[in-house]
Design a protein around this ligand. Structure first.
Ligand code: C2E
Ligand code: MG
Ligand code: MG
Ligand code: MG
Length: 291
């Protein structure tokens, strides 16, 4: 019986984890409680300039620090928040935390733009622009330093509805970014109508593009289109040295990915930036831009 008991003890958490992987593990009440109790924590992944190595900003990626289950990833609870009207609360909590963290970095002399992922459901609330303007004002962070990322696939399901809110956000000087580009099948005409500042090429067209002609074709078509429309371009999913080398020659502005940095807690960002600058200086010592 003792052995059986141990077996069950080991099996139960594993089963619970497996259930979560299928997205059915958490109830909406538990998630609401987690948002209120401050169990959501922001991790940050740097966006760096491909040509100068400058760290221009970070993207906020939310995690749920679950007391029993450990770190739970957004794929496990963002959909739940969207489906049950919790996404407004979630976005505000995440944004407020991101602005507090960016203020801390700024006090240490590091000015970083902060990107926050917003859901399409956020863009259905007419008061959203005012609400986040208030959050930014309370934190004394300029909207120009705040980037709002919306995935192309969510946008293209219905572009007309959010257009007014996107325009209002733009008028308030927030930066708008179209995320996971290449997976949402937008047309050129649609893109021209939306006032985006930044386009992020989906990791599926970045990682491995150096040895895959099809990926490269989509990558360069996206890059050319975005440049034509005056947007800044970010390559997502830079996972290895080959991806990074490819980007150096591509004409892409910014890069993000595990090769540069994994998402990290706020208190690691300053040290990471120092280490990154040292790595860049080392790798470029004696090169054409030194001295
Ligand atoms: P995303 O905004 O496209 O973020 C990029 C995702 O790719 C992140 O996963 C990141 O950890 C991962 N990633 C970064 N670099 C690499 C790489 O080199 N290789 C690979 N394979 N993956 C990489 P994560 O953190 O699990 O987030 C997944 C998605 O959840 C995000 O995709 C975003 O759409 C959504 N999300 C995250 N935080 C929030 C939030 O606060 N609000 C909302 N509405 N959605 C969020
Ligand atoms: Mg994003
Ligand atoms: Mg993305
Ligand atoms: Mg994504």
């Amino acid at each position: 019986p003792q052995a059986l008991f141990q077996l069950v003890e080991r099996w139960v958490p594993a089963a619970r984890r497996a259930q979560h992987l299928h997205g059915k593990g958490y109830g909406v009440e538990r998630l609401a409680q987690a948002i209120q109790a401050g169990e959501l924590v922001n991790h940050y992944q740097p966006k760096v300039s491909v040509s100068t190595g400058a760290v221009v900003g970070v993207e906020t990626l939310v995690r749920w620090r679950h007391p029993e289950d450990g770190l739970v990833y957004p794929d496990q609870f963002i959909g739940l928040a969207e489906a049950h009207g919790l996404i407004d609360a979630l976005t505000q909590v995440v944004l407020a935390q991101a602005l507090r963290d960016s203020t801390t970095w700024a006090r240490e002399g590091l000015a970083l733009k902060v990107a926050v992922n917003v859901s399409m459901d956020n863009l259905h609330a007419l008061e959203f622009p005012e609400r986040i303007t208030a959050v930014a004002a309370a934190a004394e962070v300029k909207p120009q330093s705040i980037v709002l990322e919306v995935t192309e696939s969510q946008l293209m399901k219905d572009l007309r509805a959010p257009l007014e809110i996107l325009t209002r956000l733009r008028l308030r000087r927030f930066k708008l970014s179209i995320d996971d580009f290449g997976t949402g099948h937008s047309s050129l005409a649609q893109l021209r109508d939306v006032p985006f500042d930044e386009l992020k090429i989906d990791q599926g067209f970045v990682h491995g593009a150096h040895h895959n002609e099809t990926l490269r074709a989509i990558f360069f078509a996206s890059l050319g289109l975005a440049k034509e429309l005056g947007m800044e371009v970010v390559a997502e999913g830079v996972e290895d040295a080959e991806d990074w080398d490819f980007l150096q020659k591509s004409g892409c502005d910014l890069a993000q990915g595990y090769f540069i940095a994994r998402p990290m807690p706020a208190d690691q960002v300053l040290d990471w930036v120092a280490a990154w600058r040292a790595r860049w200086a080392r790798e470029h010592a004696g090169g054409p831009s030194s001295g």
